[in-house]
Design a protein around this ligand. Structure first.
Ligand SMILES: *Cc1c(COP(=O)(O)O)cnc(C)c1O
Length: 416
């Protein structure tokens, strides 16, 4: 099946009993077995079966299969949030004394996890500019165990040359982890460009309606776990083969950290996936139209959108995403005061800290998601005081444009 079909039919056929056409919500903590021996066998891995929803759940399993199919991966683990997905992966791969290399213009929560939280456990993070591929190679030491990038850095809107970064990771024999949240499998499948592990915050475009938090980890099958620098996973690979990393997470790290999704939320994510294709197309066309409109506006200082033909990253947007720039853009009206006035003046668009909703959303990143970072750190991540981020929704474009237009005018009104 093709991507658009898998998004609707993948991972679930029917429960065999009622003929339900949508995945049932298995709202249960645990699963009953007739005999003590049967349950003991499931614990021992001698018989298949569900034990406890923190480890696995049938509703969540349907979502995991659908996401694995959409990304062309060997398997998937769904998590309670995007952060839980990233935390599980890094906790599963790193030990005290290890290092990781990450693009710097990425989601603030991820940078904080790496620098602050992992820093407390003796892991060192090196931040590099995603636009400059050779910085990745230069940052790798003998202790580096993984490279992390986002397909389009949020909010810097930079696009790493993923195949080239994958080559660098391959030469160092370490996995490349790609956060595909803002592009989704409809704009790109990181596996095809050499990614080893794909991350999603399903809270965003996949959910699509701002109704549930969730995340996912997909192993693309590109990485050979039996030959990597991860001793425990190498050992597991003798039995589990290409599923070694996911088995390591499922039976140890993910199980121990406890970041499992609620079954209801897994259901909402599957429902979101059914319409993701159509929504992504509209997000992309609306965002491109808005970027072009802002570009031609005499009061707009700059617009950053990787789908604009004159963007520094357009070559990579063409190569990786088929020329589609996604639903996010940033722009400037000159300073923070005007950014705030603009946000205070929008009527249709909502001022909130989310993205990928069907609704158009606006945000001032510097004073919100990045508020805990110093001015110097913000500068390094290109989060400037004048930056406004727009997650362009799927409303009628004229309505979006009219709302943005009147809010820009208000931002420039002088007080009497
Ligand atoms: C939101 C986001 C995350 C974190 O996901 P949550 O579901 O909010 O925990 C990670 N990466 C990117 C690119 C995001 O936009």
């Amino acid at each position: 099946m093709k991507t658009d079909t898998l998004a609707i039919h993948g991972g679930f056929e029917s429960d065999g009993g009622t003929g339900t056409s949508t995945p049932p919500i298995y709202q249960t903590v645990s699963y009953t077995y007739k005999t003590a021996q049967e349950l003991a066998d499931v614990f021992d891995g001698k018989a298949p079966g569900y034990i406890y929803t923190r480890i696995a759940n049938p509703t969540t399993y349907a979502l995991e299969r659908r996401l694995a199919q959409l990304e062309g991966g060997v398997g998937c683990i769904a998590t309670s949030s995007g952060m839980a997905a990233i935390t599980s992966v890094v906790m599963g791969l790193l030990r005290a004394g290890d290092e990781l290399v990450t693009a710097s213009g990425i989601f603030g929560g991820t940078v904080s996890l790496f620098v602050n939280t992992l820093g407390r456990f003796g892991v060192k993070t090196t931040l590099v500019d995603a636009g400059i591929t050779k910085q990745f190679a230069g940052a790798i030491s003998k202790n580096t165990k993984l490279i992390f990038v986002e397909t389009i850095g949020n909010p810097r809107m930079d696009v790493p040359d993923i195949p080239a970064v994958a080559d660098i990771a391959k030469r160092a024999n370490i996995p490349l982890i790609v956060d595909n949240t803002v592009t989704t499998p409809f704009l790109m499948k990181p596996k095809e460009f050499g990614a080893d592990i794909v991350i999603h915050s399903t809270s965003k475009f996949i959910n699509g309606h701002g109704t549930a938090i969730g995340g996912a980890i997909i192993d693309t099958g590109n990485y050979n776990w039996s030959a990597g620098p991860f001793k425990d996973i190498r050992h597991l690979a003798e039995r589990a083969g290409e599923l070694a990393f996911l088995a390591h997470l499922r039976n140890l790290i993910y199980r121990d950290l406890g970041g499992c999704p609620a079954p209801m939320n897994s259901f909402l994510m599957m429902q979101g996936l059914e319409t993701l294709s159509g929504r992504m197309q509209k997000h992309c066309t609306n965002a491109l139209s808005l970027a072009e409109y802002l570009k031609g506006h005499d009061k707009v200082r700059w617009v950053n959108y990787p789908g604009l033909a004159d963007s520094t990253f357009y070559g990579r947007t063409e190569k990786l995403f088929g020329g589609r720039g996604g639903g996010l853009l940033t722009f400037s009206l000159g300073d923070k005061e005007k950014a705030f006035k603009f946000i205070d003046s929008v009527k249709l668009a909502k001022n909130l800290a989310n993205l990928g909703d069907a609704k158009t959303l606006v945000l001032h990143p510097a004073s919100t998601i990045f508020h805990e970072f110093s001015a110097e750190e913000q500068k390094r991540m290109d989060v400037t005081e004048d930056m406004v981020r727009v997650s362009v929704g799927i409303e009628d474009f004229e309505d979006i444009k009219n709302d943005i237009e009147q809010a820009i005018e208000k931002a420039f009104e002088v007080k009497e």
